[in-house]
Design a binder for this molecule. Sequence first.
Ligand code: 5AD
Ligand code: SF4
Length: 439
Amino acid sequence: MTAPKKLFIKTYGCQMNVYDSERMAEALGASGYIPTDTAEDADMVLLNTCHIREKASEKLYSDLGRLRALKAEKPGLKVGVAGCVAQAEGAEILRRAPVVDLVVGPQSYHRLPEMVAAGGRQIDTEFPAEDKFTLLPERKALRGPAAFLTVQEGCDKFCAFCVVPYTRGSEVSRPVARLLDEARGLVAQGVRDITLLGQNVNAYHGAGPDGPWGLARLIRELAKIDGLARIRYMTSHPNDMEDDLISAHGDLPALMPYLHLPVQSGSDRILKAMNRKHTAADYLRLIDRIRAVRPDILLSSDFIVGFPGETDADFNATLDLIRAVGYGQAYSFKYSARPGTPAAEKPPVPSEIADARLHQLQALITTQQRAVQEAMVGREVHVLYEKPGRMPGQMVGKSDHLHAVHVADPNGRIGQLARVRVLASSSNSLAAEPLFGIG
Ligand code: 5AD
Ligand code: SF4
C-alpha cells in the first residue's frame, strides 16, 4: 500500500468557508488524502480564499509567494486556490501565479477529486444547476459537538459595496429533506449544537414536502431532533426577519438567544447609498420586536465605516444607533472599494478619517461588549464543552449567548452540556465553576 497523501487547507474569511473546507477535505479523503496541520508537511495545499475586502484578497498572493519557495524544494507539491477569489479572478490566478495547479470556485468542490486525478493545471468556476452538496460525499469528519450546516448560499441583495452576489451568485436554498438528513447524521455522531449558515440565511426558502419552507419552519423541524440542544443561524438581513422567525425566538427553547443582524450604518442617507432598503428606524423597531419576545437576546452586527460620502454627521448617526441597541459584540470594517461593485465608482473618504472612525466605533463596541459580559457574572448559564482548556482540569465551551467560557471542571467531558456559575469576565471570555451536569 502506498502512504496516504497529506492535505493542508488554509481557510480565510467567513464560516461558510470553514464549512466548505471541511467538505473539501472529505471529498479529497475519498481520493486518499488525509489532513495535516502544516503546508510543509503536505502533498497538497488548498487556499480557501475570501474576496470580501482588498486585504483578504491580497493575502492569497503573499501566501502563494511562500508556497512558491516551498514548491521549489518539493516539486511534487500541488497547490490549489478555492473560494471567492478563485471565483472572482479565475484564470487570472493561473496566469499570475505559475505555482498554482488548481483553481476551483465555491460551486465546484465536488469536482476536486477528478481535477486532481486528471493532473496538469485545471480550472473550474462554473455554477452547476445541481446542489453541489448532493454531489459531495456524506459528512463524517467531525471536530466536536458544535457543527456548521450550510442551508443557503448566495445573495440577491446587491448592497452597493459587496462582492458576494457576484462571487457566490444568486440565492440558492438547499432542500429541506437533505438538511434534515444531514442534521440527523451530525446528531447521531454526537453533535448537539448546529449553526445554520448562509450569506443571507433568513432568506432561506428551500423545497419542502409541501412547497417552499422558510427558515423558521426549518428551525422548528430541526428542533424536534432528539439530542439537538442548540440551534443558531447566521448571517441574516434585517429585511428578511419574518414574523414567524421572530416568534420562534420567543417559543423555541433550542433556538439560542444570539442574533447576528448586520446593519452596516446608522445613517439613512448612507443606508440608501448602500442599497440596504431599510432605515435606521426600521432596524431599531425590528430590534424592539425581537427583544419583546426574547429580552435577553445577545445582538451582534457588522459595520462599515468610511463608505463613500460618509460625513461626520452620518458617522455620528451610526454611533447613536449603536448606543440605542447595546451590542454584545460586533464586527467593524473600514470600507474597501471592490472592483465591479457600484460603490467602487465613487470618491473615497480619506483613509485617515476612516481609520479614526473605525477606532472610535470599535472603542464603543468594546465598552458595550464588556458591559454585557460583566452582567453575566454571578449568573447560572449552560456551557457546551467543546475541548479541554489550557489549564489542567479545565474545559472550554460556549454559553447560550455564544460567550467562550472556561470552566474548572476536572470531571467535565467533551459534548457535555454543563450548568455553571459565571465567576468572572475577561476581555474575550468568561470564567465559571460547575454546578451539576445535566447530560
Ligand atoms: N468593505 C468593507 N467591508 C465590507 N463588507 C462587505 N463588503 C465590504 C467592503 N467592500 C463587510 C460587511 C459585511 C461583512 C461580511 O463584511 O459589513 O456584512
Ligand atoms: Fe453582501 Fe450581505 Fe449585502 Fe448580500 S446582504 S450584498 S452578502 S452585505
